[in-house]
Design a protein around this ligand. Structure first.
Ligand code: GLY
Length: 346
């Protein structure tokens, strides 16, 4: 897959994208265009956004669920199912890169704005749809998070059937990784990017979100990243907006990244500005410099505006509403490209 290294240019790119849209031929546009359309009355709800181009199929599935009368929670869950079930996706669900012991360990969470409820699972094995287990934790227990064997037992006790998540291809790669010290470098690029975070707003303006990942490839068994941590990989505040993260979880979870993005929106920032301000705040505190953080955020405001920003060139996200379904380039905050050398998972 070719990495899109087009530089984000505030203003001119936005204007050209808008004129392209007005001609009805925009497939991919810049974050500026999105921001400018934030308050525009033509935004149609429900609307879903998700990390990465692979999120497009998930957003479209979520939209379809609502169009067929399903709830927003159903939409987030079933939208994320699409990516979790994609064996070719090496960073979410079945086909995900395993941990150092060769076991695929998954993290997921879900959050509902109207009742500020949440459920999550961490380091769960042998479950095809961790997002559904997160939903069950939210709906069937007084807890927010279950991890490891306990999460798995809970899933099986609640009717989930075991699934072998390690594909033959990932087993072969893991064996090669074990054999060669030189390849012990997790990768992040267009083919190895991680995590689906999905945010949705319904026709009433209520917000929802979900997140699912197999996490850092060849991680130490038991490692849990940002994705299932409420406030880190995902946060939904029904008064203000919602945010989700992708990238190197350790650099998100030490800063409560998604919560931070939402707080920036509370202070008046647009979704893209909020993502950018959160990344800058993280970079100010973090010993790593901006180019080495390898983090990206998407955000959705209470008004239905959306945007994104990340530390490297090449982060894209997906948007679907009754009006359109498209892939958008996020604002990149450095010249560095996402890729095996662009990441920081050493
Ligand atoms: N962002 C996913 C992870 O680091 O696990």
């Amino acid at each position: 897959m070719t990495v899109n290294r087009r530089r984000f240019i505030q203003g001119s790119a936005g204007l050209s994208a808008i004129s392209a849209m007005s001609l009805g031929r925009a497939v991919e546009s810049s974050a500026t265009c999105v921001e400018m359309s934030l308050s525009a009355p033509q935004i149609e709800k429900p609307l879903f956004i998700a990390t990465w181009p692979f999120g497009k199929a998930s957003c479209e599935a979520a939209l379809q669920v609502t169009q067929q009368g399903g709830s927003m929670v159903d939409a987030i869950e079933q939208g994320i199912w699409v990516t979790e079930a994609d064996v070719k996706n090496a960073s979410v669900g079945i086909g995900g890169i395993p941990n150092a012991a060769g076991d695929v360990e998954l993290d997921a969470c879900i959050m509902t704005g109207p009742d500020h409820n949440a459920g999550s699972v961490g380091a769960i094995q042998d479950v095809l749809h961790p997002i559904s287990v997160a939903r069950m934790v939210m709906e069937k227990t007084p807890h927010v998070m279950l991890v490891g064997d306990g999460a798995q037992r809970f899933a099986f006790d609640n009717g989930v059937s075991p699934t072998d998540l390690l594909t033959a291809e990932q087993r072969k790669r893991w064996q090669a990784w074990q054999a060669a010290e030189s390849v012990k470098k997790p990768q992040i690029d267009e083919d190895h990017h991680d995590t689906i975070a999905m945010l949705g707003i319904d026709t009433k303006g209520d917000l929802y979100g979900g997140c699912s990942t197999s996490g850092w490839g060849y991680k130490i068994p038991g490692r849990i990243g940002d994705s299932p941590i409420i406030g880190s990989g995902l946060y939904v505040d029904n008064q203000v907006g919602a945010a989700g993260a992708t990238g190197l979880g350790e650099n998100v979870m030490r800063h409560c990244g998604s919560f931070l993005v939402v707080e920036m929106m509370r202070n008046g920032a647009t979704p893209t500005e909020a993502c950018e301000q959160a990344v800058r705040r993280i970079a100010e505190l973090d010993p790593k410099n901006l180019g080495n953080l390898d983090i990206n955020f998407i955000a959705l405001s209470k008004q239905g505006g959306f945007g994104a920003a990340g530390t490297s060139q090449g982060f894209r996200y997906s948007v679907a509403s009754p009006k359109e379904s498209r892939i958008v380039s996020a604002k990149a905050m450095t010249e560095k490209a996402i890729g095996p050398e662009g990441g920081n998972r050493k």
